[in-house]
Design a protein. Structure first.
Ligand SMILES: Cc1cc2nc3c(=O)[nH]c(=O)nc-3n(C[C@H](O)[C@H](O)[C@H](O)COP(=O)(O)OP(=O)(O)OC[C@H]3O[C@@H](n4cnc5c(N)ncnc54)[C@H](O)[C@@H]3O)c2cc1C
Length: 409
């Protein structure tokens, strides 16, 4: 990297985890040129995982919101970062190297980092009121106020976020039903063993489940909704929370020459395909995963931070190797802290260590069809996860990971 690279104007679009960690990383690594951080929300950058956990289950109050800020305005001032909040990027001219904003202004760049994340996949069911979705701090506040009423709730979507919302609703005393068209919605995320135990956990806490059946319609209004399932069943609820995945925030990049395909497509150095000096990171990026032999768009907190650090390094010092993901995710459900790394291979095998039904600490080690350890999921047992993660990173066999984790028991 030349000295001049450190003086370039770097513009980061998306002021959340990936964007914030990028600007902090740039300064920490000696970037001395101007940095502009652009965010659509009129909020200082904040962390999203608590939105479906402590902020929703009543454990935290409004005064706790400061605790989820990723950075303060004073810190950004000290870093010399120009912060443009409340004005979304609406266009990009890669030839002129300018980002156009909703307020009519445009910002020139020498290098651009796209970190616009994702939005909740819009609900196909839109009665006049009573249907909620969760992605932002405002969404979380609105849903928390609804749950605090203790009225019946239908959660559509049995993934991590849907089930965390269900657990929070139970905590508020709401009768809760979770609906998902998949027979075992969490299997894809954590494998069948933990997925099954999580469903049991929810049922023990009073959650009703309707899996293997989809929603056909949601009618009525707040306080008196009817959720119609394709099984013919009709559920009455005061509110419905729809958590059916997310869509990458790329609308503003349409027609710019960047390759868009379920995210901004990048090479293994996270350089966006279709323009020079443009990178994409975090939930919006789709990049070649070295271990999976396929392009991946990860929607995980750890990945967003890791990619930010990687791109900050690429922009200041240069990188020789492509981005190596850690594939780590977690979820809190009641008193279960679920941690997962790697993946579950349906063609491989899995070994359970500990008693998943007892709710004490337990682990599942996933092995691929070749006998190599490919993933681990733990419940209330971070030490086992860390051990497995270390061995996975060196390509250990499934048997040796199982032995190593058993020794920790
Ligand atoms: C409720 C919830 C709970 C979660 N819990 C977990 C968890 O337990 N564990 C885990 O690993 N992950 C979790 N995640 C995922 C994790 O939060 C994300 O992976 C992470 O936030 C991704 O960061 P990001 O900066 O790439 O994108 P985002 O956090 O989506 O941020 C993108 C930012 O860009 C802004 N933006 C979008 N378009 C524009 C535009 N055109 N111009 C300017 N700004 C724009 C958005 O307003 C947003 O602020 C959770 C996510 C949610 C929503």
């Amino acid at each position: 990297m030349t000295e001049t690279a450190l003086h370039r104007h770097i513009v980061v679009v998306g002021a959340s985890l990936a964007g914030t960690r990028t600007v902090q990383g740039l300064r920490a690594l000696g970037h001395s040129g101007p940095i502009t951080l652009i965010g659509a929300e009129d909020e200082l950058p904040y962390d999203r995982p608590p939105l479906s956990k402590n902020l929703l289950n009543g454990a935290w109050s409004e005064s706790s919101v400061d605790g989820i800020r990723l950075v303060t305005r004073a810190e950004l001032d000290e870093l010399g970062v120009e912060l443009r909040l409340g004005s979304a990027a609406v266009g990009l001219d890669t030839a002129a190297r300018r980002v156009r904003l909703a307020d009519g202004t445009s910002v020139p760049y020498d290098a651009l980092v796209i970190a616009t994340g994702a939005a909740a996949r819009p609900s196909p069911w839109r009665p006049p009121s009573g249907v909620y979705q969760l992605r932002t701090l405002d969404d979380s506040r609105t849903i928390a106020a609804q749950l605090a009423l203790g009225e019946p709730v239908v959660v559509v979507g049995g993934g991590f976020i849907g089930t965390e919302i269900a657990a929070a609703a139970v905590g508020h005393g709401c009768p809760v039903t979770v609906v998902d068209p998949l027979p075992e919605p969490m299997t894809r995320l954590v494998g069948p063993e933990i997925a099954g135990s999580l469903v049991e956990l929810h049922r023990r806490n009073g959650v009703r489940t309707r899996f293997g059946t989809g929603v056909v319609a949601i009618e009525g209004k707040a306080g008196e909704l009817t959720v119609e399932l394709d099984s013919g069943e009709r559920l009455s609820a005061a509110a419905a929370v729809v958590g059916i995945g997310s869509v990458p925030s790329t609308d503003w990049l349409a027609g710019t020459g960047l390759e868009l395909d379920n995210g901004v497509v990048t090479d293994r150095f996270l350089r966006a395909s279709g323009a020079d000096d443009v990178y994409a990171i975090g939930d919006v990026a789709r990049w070649p995963h070295p271990g999976r032999g396929a392009d991946v768009r990860a929607e995980h907190w750890t990945n967003a931070g890791d990619q930010a650090r990687y791109v900050a390094t690429a922009l200041t010092r240069g990188v020789e190797a492509g981005y190596e993901p850690t594939d780590y995710v977690w979820s809190d459900q009641y008193d279960w802290k679920v941690n997962a790394c790697g993946r579950h291979d349906p063609a491989g095998s899995s070994t359970v260590i500990g008693d998943l039904r007892a709710g004490s600490r337990a682990a599942v080690i996933h092995t691929d069809a070749q006998g190599v350890a490919c993933g681990a999921v733990t419940v209330n047992w971070v030490r086992a996860l860390n051990q497995a993660r270390r061995l996975l990173s060196v390509g250990a066999s499934g048997d040796s990971v199982v032995d190593a984790v058993r020794q920790l028991a």
